[in-house]
Design a protein around this ligand. Structure first.
Ligand code: NAD
Length: 282
């Protein structure tokens, strides 16, 4: 099955990036969100990224124009009904995602693949909600999408061979490296990464060291390209908390208990880079 038309729901940092990479290889993309201002800010971030690439001679002005020309926007999920694949990148909330998958299962053509970019929620739950479990798959991009090579392609028990193969092939077409991962909470990436970020937050909370010191230890001592607290701010502290909650509940192990400092920061609107403040100020 060839994928030509792509729907992306959620025009935040991930959705905008996914729309950009799909449009840049000639897919016809419709980018959806719940408010015009969110769609506009998604398009603005795509434009800014492309403009940077033009000014660094990585792409031509024509390539930028073609990419932008391939992206349409919408506030209505109904406009995605004839897409070959819809990639969901909305907030990390299981109930909201379930209701979206149920809606997409009703409005999309039977052949449409429904993919989720969820960081942690088991794909099987979304597959069941969709009413078309064979057509549901995880397509977990990394942030920032245009730069990062990895895509975890998550195969639920119900995912059909055709759905999996088409999604894997799309990731390759996007010049990414897809990796097959089975359907467990947090998959591989966030099952391993998030407990480390959470532990760095416990170090701040308990006064083991200042955020800058913790990040320096991990960058220079462990050769991580970015310290864990900088990375958490970049991912979004709300997203980090949502992932820890899924790991804690679904794996039923207290070793995944979200750091209370993380809970408090999210409660106070400190969501990291996107809100202007987190472990650092932006
Ligand atoms: N931030 C990361 O580093 C990262 C990495 C990989 C995967 N993810 C996952 O990608 C998803 C999106 O994360 P993000 O960082 O882009 O979040 P974000 O907060 O930047 O964007 C989420 C967008 O979804 C929109 N939205 C919310 N409910 C919606 C609905 N019902 N219909 C349409 N749009 C809706 C919001 O308006 C917002 O624009 C989450 O599932 C997250 O776990 C995030």
């Amino acid at each position: 099955m060839e994928i030509k038309r792509v729907g992306v729901i959620g025009a935040g940092q991930m959705g905008a990036g996914i729309a950009q990479v799909c449009a840049s290889i000639g897919k016809v993309v419709t980018l959806c969100d719940i408010k015009q201002e969110f769609v506009d800010s998604g398009i603005a971030s795509i434009r800014k990224n492309l403009q940077r690439n033009v000014s660094k001679d990585r792409i031509s002005q024509n390539q930028m124009d073609d990419t932008l020309g391939n992206v349409r926007t919408s506030l209505e999920n109904e406009n995605l009904s004839n897409c070959d694949i819809v990639i969901e990148a909305i907030i990390e909330d299981v109930d909201i995602k379930k209701s979206l998958f149920s809606n997409l299962g009703e409005i999309c053509e039977k052949r449409t693949i429904l993919a989720s970019n969820t960081s942690s929620i088991p794909i099987g739950i979304l597959a069941e909600a969709s009413g078309r479990p064979g057509k549901v798959v995880g397509m977990h991009f990394m942030n920032p999408v245009p730069v990062m090579k990895l895509v975890e392609v998550i195969r639920a028990k119900s995912t059909s061979d055709d759905t999996f193969d088409a999604t894997f092939k799309l990731a390759e077409e996007l010049h990414k490296v897809p990796v097959l991962v089975n359907d467990f909470p947090g998959f591989v990436s966030n099952r391993i990464l998030l407990p480390m970020l959470n532990e760095a937050m416990f170090c701040v909370m308990e006064g083991v060291a200042e955020p800058e010191a913790i990040d320096t230890v991990m960058r220079l001592g462990m050769s991580h390209p970015m310290g864990p607290l900088t990375l958490a701010d970049f991912i979004g502290l709300d997203t980090c908390l949502a992932i820890m909650k899924v790991l804690h509940k679904d794996l039923n192990d207290d070793k995944y208990r979200p750091c209370p400092l993380l809970e408090e920061m999210v409660k106070n609107g400190k969501l990291g880079k996107k809100s202007g403040a987190g472990f650092y100020n932006y």
